[in-house]
Design a protein around this ligand. Structure first.
Ligand code: ZN
Length: 128
């Protein structure tokens, strides 16, 4: 079995979920575009998963636990499982964002506490 899976997706399609496309085992990632004036049509929370949202482009509003916060490119926010949330695009702008969903409290190591630099073996042509 290969150590990787790869797909090219249309980042401006309405919503693309990567879990099944890439056989992800530790998270779900969705690439989302809300057209101007559009909203996710429901408020939701999660049972076990926290969500990281990364606003790539556009403008909109985040509803979270009764608050309404403006969104702009570069905004990154985590929502705990119990947070009641909804997102909409601004009346005059589409909203492009990524959402990473993962089990709250599951991360044990990251970056250099989990990554291991491979000193031996194949290297890419640009590191030879
Ligand atoms: Zn969610």
């Amino acid at each position: 079995m290969s150590n990787y899976s790869m797909k090219r997706v249309d980042l401006h399609a309405g919503r693309v979920e990567l879990h099944d496309l890439l056989q992800l085992t530790g998270c779900e990632v969705s690439c989302n575009t809300l057209p101007q004036g559009a909203s996710v049509p429901f408020v939701h929370h999660h049972t076990n998963n926290e969500e990281l949202y990364i606003v790539l482009d556009g403008a909109g509003t985040l509803f979270i636990d009764g608050e309404e916060l403006p969104l702009a490119a570069g905004d990154c926010f985590r929502i705990a499982p119990a947070g009641a949330r909804c997102i909409r695009a601004a009346e005059d702008s589409a909203l492009h964002f990524l959402c990473v969903q993962t089990r709250a409290g599951s991360l044990e190591g990251y970056t250099m506490s989990d990554g291991v630099i491979d000193e031996k073996g194949d290297k890419p042509s640009w590191l030879r």
